[in-house]
Design a protein around this ligand. Structure first.
Ligand SMILES: Nc1nc2c(ncn2[C@@H]2O[C@@H]3COP(=O)(O)O[C@H]4[C@@H](O)[C@H](n5cnc6c(=O)[nH]c(N)nc65)O[C@@H]4COP(=O)(O)O[C@H]3[C@H]2O)c(=O)[nH]1
Length: 835
C-alpha cells in the first residue's frame, strides 16, 4: 500500500501553464496536493468521480479521501503519503456528497524538489465500482459454490489439469481419510492412494477415475472403487462419477470427481453374493431342482437339475408351465391342478405338492415340489419359486419298508398284519355292498415231517410253490396271505348276498385249492406229494372280531385235519350241512345224467290267436331218490360245477331230435323250439361246431331252432359272442334274449347282436296289471323291440288280464301257464297235433 520514499520520483520541471491542460484531458481522476496537504489542482475526471466541485476541493485538505467506511490503516497510509512520507496504492470505499458509495483505486506519489524536499503529492483516483461489483459477485458465487459442495452428501474432489488436487469438500476428506491440507496438491499417481476394483483386486493407475478423465476427456460414470484407508476403517467403497471442466479455450482445466459411499451396499452385495454362492453350493450338493414361475409374465425358469431329473437336456423344450403340465402323470393332473388353483387363490405363503413327471424314457419320476409364493399388498400371487426333490429313492425305501412290514419274505405274500388290515377293510366293504366273504385257513398236512426229513431248505421250496399255486387259484381281488410256518389264509371278498350261495362259492374255491395243492410238486427235481387241510369261515357285516373270525377258520381247519386231512370243513355246522347236501346233489346229478334221469319238457308259445307257434324246452330231473327236481335247484349247481356243458348238450340234442322227427308232420313242421343256452356253453370255443354238429347229426332244420340267451351273457367278450351268433345265424338259427329287463345290458350296443326276439321277463308281466312301474317297463320293452325291429314275446302270462294288457301294448307272442305249463314232449306233441 505505501512505498519507500527513496523510490518516489521527483517532480519534473513542467511549464506551469501546461499542467492544467494536460490533466483536463486525462480520463482518469488526477489531483495534486502541496506540502501543506492542500489540494492545489484537480482535473475534471476527478471532480466527476468524487462528485465534488473545484470550489469544494481546491485549497482544501486532502482528507476527502478518508471515508469512515474505509479501513483505518488505509487512513494512516493515505495521510503519510499526502505528507510525502511514502507512496500509497489501494482500493477504498468512498462516498459522494449525494450519499452514493463507490469503490476507487487510489495511487498517491509524493513529489520532491531537486534538492529532495517534499513539494507535492500526485494522486490518481479511478472509479472501480463496476469491477469491484463483479469481483464481489464472483466471490459470493465462489463462496456459494464452496458452501454447496461442502454441504452435499457426496465427496467432491477437484483436480487440476495435472491431476493435482485443488479442492476437496469435507465429505471427500472424511471418505478418503485425509485432511484438506493433506489433500491439496496431491496428485492422482500419489502412492497414498490405493484404489481397488469392484472385485477387490488393485485398480491400475490409468483406471483411476481422474486419470481416465484426464486421458479420455470423457465422463466416468458410476464406477465402483474401493479406497484403502490407513486408519482403522480400512476399506471403504465409493461410487465415482468424474467429469472434465474445460476453460474458455476448450482446454481441460479441472477434473471434478464425486464420490458416494456405497460401503454398506457393497457389503450387502458381497453378503448376497456369498449367500447366493452358498445357496448354489447347497443346491448342487442337495440334488434338488430349483424352478421359478413369474405369474405376471408367465415366464418360467427351470434349473439344469430340473431338466436332468426328467432326462431332458437343458431347455430341450421351451421352458413353460405348459411343458410341466404336459409331463404330469394323468392320475395326478386333476389333483395337482386343483391344488395349485386353490393355493394361488388363497393367502398361503408356501406349499408342498407330490406328483409324478414323465421321464424322457417313458417312466414317471415321483417328485416333491416345495414352493414359496410372492404376493403383492392385495395378496395376489406374483411369483412362485421352489425346488423339486426326486422321491424315487425315498419311494423305493418306503416300498422296501412296506414290503418288510407287510409281506412275508419267503413267499412275498402278505403277512398277518396286512391280512388283518385287508380283513378290516373287507368287513367295512361287506356293510357297504351287502355282500359276504369267506376266510379259508389252509394248513399243509405233514409239513413238519418234510422239514425234519428233507430239511428246511426243501420246506421253504415247497412253501414257495404252494404260495404260487394259491395265487393262481383265486381272483386278482382276493387276498392270499401267509401267517407263518405252513399256514396260509385266503380271503374271498364280494361273494353273494345269500349265505348258501356264499358257502357254495367259498367251497368251490376251497375245492379248487385242494385240487391245486394235491398236484405233485418238484422239490429240487424230486417229486413230492403234499395235501392241505382247509377250514372255512364266512363273514358279513355282522361279523364281530377279526381274531375271532381267524380263530373260526382255524378251528374249521383242525376239524378238517381231524376228519382225515386233505379235505375242507366249514366252521358253521349248518353251512357244513348245506355243503354236504350240495356235494351229494352234485354227485347225484352227475350220476343222474349218466343214468338218463334227465328229460326235457316243453312249454307252449302262442300267437294272438292262441295258436301254438313253438315251445320253450325246459329240462327236468327225475331222480329216483329225490323225485322231480326243479331246474331252479340244479341248474346253478350244474353251472358252478361245469356239469352244464354235458347237460346243455343233452338238452340241445333232445330238442333237435324232436324237430327232426316233427319235420315230416305238417302240424308240427312249423313249430320252433327255444333252447336255453348258458353263458358257459356260449363261451366254449367249440360251441358253434357243437350246435352245427348236432343239427347235422339229427337232421333238424336250423330254421326251427331258437337259442335263448340271458342278458348277462351279452356283457362279456362281446366281440366273440357276436361272431359266434353271426356264424349260427348264417345257418338259419335264431336268437331270443331271455329275461329281458333284469340284466344290465347296455342298450347302446344291443343292436350289434343278431337277435330275432326279446323276451319280457315274467316279473314285469306278473305285476304289470298291479304295479304301474312294471307296466311301464313292459311297454318300454315292447316299444324298444319295435324300434329295433325285433319280435317280442312275454313269458309268465298267467291271466287273461295280463294277456290283454300285453296285447293292447303291441305284444303278439305269449308264454305262460295261461296257455300251458311245461309238459312232457309227448303231451306237447299231442297238443300241437290236436290244434
Ligand atoms: N310262475 C310262473 N312260472 C312260469 C310260467 N310260465 C313258465 N314258467 C316258468 O318259468 C321258467 C321259464 O324259464 P326260464 O326263464 O328260461 O328259466 C329257466 C331256465 O333259466 C333254467 N333252465 C331250464 N331248463 C334249462 C336248460 O335246459 N338249460 C339251461 N341252461 N337252463 C335251463 O331254469 C329256469 C327255471 O325253469 P323252470 O323251473 O322250468 O321254470 C320255467 C317255467 O316253468 C308262469 O306263467 N308262471
Amino acid at each position: 500500500m505505501s512505498h519507500d520514499l527513496s523510490a518516489t520520483p521527483t517532480l519534473p520541471s513542467l511549464p506551469s501553464e501546461l499542467a492544467p491542460a494536460l490533466m483536463a484531458d486525462l480520463p482518469q481522476g488526477v489531483f495534486i496536493t502541496n506540502h501543506l496537504q492542500q489540494v492545489v489542482m484537480a482535473n475534471a475526471a476527478l471532480l466527476n468521480t468524487c462528485g465534488l466541485s473545484e470550489a469544494m476541493l481546491i485549497g482544501k485538505p486532502g482528507d476527502f479521501l478518508l471515508h469512515p467506511l474505509s479501513n483505518p490503516q488505509q487512513h494512516a497510509a493515505i495521510l503519510a503519503a499526502l505528507a510525502g512520507e511514502a507512496s500509497f496504492q489501494g482500493e477504498l470505499c468512498q462516498q459522494r456528497p449525494s450519499g452514493e458509495l463507490y469503490w476507487a483505486e487510489l495511487h498517491l506519489v509524493p513529489l520532491h524538489t531537486a534538492t529532495g524536499a517534499f513539494s507535492h503529492c500526485l494522486g490518481t483516483l479511478h472509479d472501480i465500482s463496476i469491477r469491484k461489483q463483479i469481483e464481489l459477485e464472483l466471490q459470493a458465487s465462489e463462496q456459494r459454490y464452496l458452501d454447496l459442495i461442502e454441504h452435499i452428501p457426496a465427496g467432491v474432489v477437484v483436480h487440476g489439469a495435472h491431476s493435482e488436487i485443488l479442492q476437496a469438500n469435507a465429505r471427500a476428506c472424511d471418505l478418503l481419510g485425509l485432511s484438506l491440507e493433506q489433500m491439496r496438491g496431491l496428485e492422482a499417481i500419489d502412492p497414498q492412494w490405493q484404489f481397488l476394483k469392484p472385485d477387490g483386486t488393485p485398480m491400475a493407475l490409468e483406471d483411476y477415475p481422474v486419470n481416465q478423465v484426464l486421458r479420455d476427456r470423457l465422463r466416468v460414470q458410476n464406477l465402483v472403487v474401493g479406497v484403502k484407508r490407513n486408519d482403522a476403517t480400512g476399506l471403504v467403497w465409493a461410487m465415482c462419477n468424474a467429469f472434465p471442466v474445460l476453460d474458455n479455450g476448450g482446454q481441460l482445466s479441472e477434473v471434478v470427481v464425486c464420490f458416494t459411499e456405497v460401503t454398506d451396499l457393497k457389503r450387502t452385495e458381497q453378503a448376497l453374493r456369498k449367500s447366493e454362492e452358498r445357496l448354489r453350493l447347497v443346491l448342487l450338493g442337495s440334488n434338488d431342482a430349483p424352478w421359478d414361475w413369474d405369474l405376471q409374465s408367465q415366464s418360467v425358469y427351470y434349473a439344469p437339475r430340473w431338466w436332468q431329473m426328467i432326462g431332458l437336456a437343458v431347455e430341450e423344450q421351451p421352458p413353460t408351465i405348459a411343458l410341466w403340465d404336459s409331463l404330469l402323470h394323468p392320475d395326478d393332473k386333476q389333483r395337482v391342478d386343483a391344488s395349485l388353483v386353490r393355493i394361488l387363490g388363497s393367502s398361503v405363503q408356501s406349499f408342498e405338492l407330490e406328483f409324478r413327471l414323465r421321464h424322457k424314457e417313458g417312466h414317471y419320476v415321483p417328485l416333491l415340489s416345495r414352493g414359496f409364493i410372492l404376493r403383492d399388498e392385495d395378496g395376489t400371487a406374483l411369483r412362485v419359486s421352489g425346488t423339486n426333490t426326486d422321491l424315487t429313492e425315498r419311494k423305493l425305501a418306503e416300498e422296501r419298508i412296506h414290503q418288510l412290514a407287510y409281506f412275508d419274505a419267503l413267499t412275498e405274500l402278505p403277512n398277518r398284519r396286512l391280512l388283518m388290515e385287508q380283513l378290516r377293510k373287507a368287513l367295512l366293504g361287506c356293510a357297504r355292498h351287502q355282500r359276504q366273504g369267506a376266510l379259508l385257513f389252509i394248513d399243509l398236512d405233514n409239513f413238519k415231517a418234510l422239514n425234519d426229513t428233507l430239511g428246511h431248505d426243501m420246506g421253504d421250496h415247497l412253501l414257495q410253490q404252494v404260495a404260487q399255486r394259491l395265487r393262481d387259484s383265486v381272483r386278482e381281488v382276493d387276498t392270499v396271505a401267509r401267517l407263518g410256518g405252513d399256514e396260509f389264509v385266503v380271503m374271498l371278498e364280494d361273494l353273494s348276498e345269500q349265505p348258501q350261495e356264499t358257502a357254495l362259492q367259498a367251497e368251490m374255491v376251497g375245492q379248487k385249492i385242494l385240487a391245486e395243492l394235491n398236484r405233485p410238486y418238484s422239490l429240487r427235481e424230486r417229486p413230492y406229494h403234499s395235501t392241505p387241510s382247509i377250514g372255512i369261515a364266512l363273514f358279513d357285516q355282522h361279523t364281530a372280531g377279526l381274531d375271532e373270525l381267524l380263530k373260526q377258520a382255524d378251528v374249521a381247519m383242525y376239524q378238517a385235519k381231524a376228519e382225515g386231512r386233505n379235505t375242507l370243513r366249514f366252521f358253521d355246522p349248518s353251512m357244513q350241512a348245506s355243503v354236504d347236501r350240495r356235494v351229494a346233489l352234485e354227485q347225484d346229478l352227475r350220476d343222474g345224467l349218466q343214468r338218463g334221469e334227465l328229460l326235457i319238457y316243453c312249454q307252449p308259445q302262442v300267437n294272438v290267436a292262441e295258436q301254438i307257434t313253438g315251445g320253450e324246452i325246459l329240462v327236468r330231473w327225475n331222480s329216483p331218490s329225490r323225485g322231480m327236481v326243479s331246474p331252479a335247484e340244479f341248474i346253478p349247481l350244474a353251472e358252478a360245477t361245469g356239469l352244464i356243458l354235458p347237460l346243455g348238450e343233452f338238452v340241445l340234442r333232445q330238442a333237435c331230435q324232436h324237430l327232426a322227427a316233427w319235420a315230416r308232420e305238417p302240424a308240427l313242421a312249423n313249430i320252433t323250439l327255444a333252447v336255453n343256452v348258458s353263458a358257459q356253453q356260449m363261451h366254449e370255443d367249440f360251441f358253434v361246431e357243437q350246435v352245427l354238429g348236432i343239427l347235422l347229426e339229427t337232421g333238424a332244420n336250423p330254421q326251427r331252432l331258437k337259442l335263448e340267451l340271458t342278458e348277462s351273457l351279452l356283457a362279456k367278450n362281446i366281440d366273440d359272442i357276436i361272431a359266434k351268433m353271426n356264424r349260427l345265424r348264417s345257418h338259419g338259427i335264431s336268437f331270443s334274449l331271455d329275461d329281458f329287463g333284469t340284466g344290465y345290458s347296455s342298450l347302446s350296443y344291443l343292436n350289434r347282436f343278431p337277435l330275432e326276439q326279446l323276451k319280457i321277463d315274467q316279473s314285469f308281466v306278473r305285476d304289470a296289471v298291479i304295479e304301474p312301474g312294471n307296466a311301464d317297463i313292459a311297454r318300454v320293452i315292447i316299444a324298444l323291440a319295435d324300434k329295433l325291429q325285433l319280435k317280442v314275446i312275454a313269458e309268465g302270462v298267467e291271466t287273461a288280464e295280463q294277456r290283454q294288457f300285453l296285447l293292447d301294448n303291441g305284444c303278439q307272442h305269449f308264454q305262460g301257464f295261461l296257455f300251458g305249463r311245461p309238459m312232457p314232449m309227448d303231451e306237447f306233441t299231442a297238443r300241437c297235433q290236436q290244434a
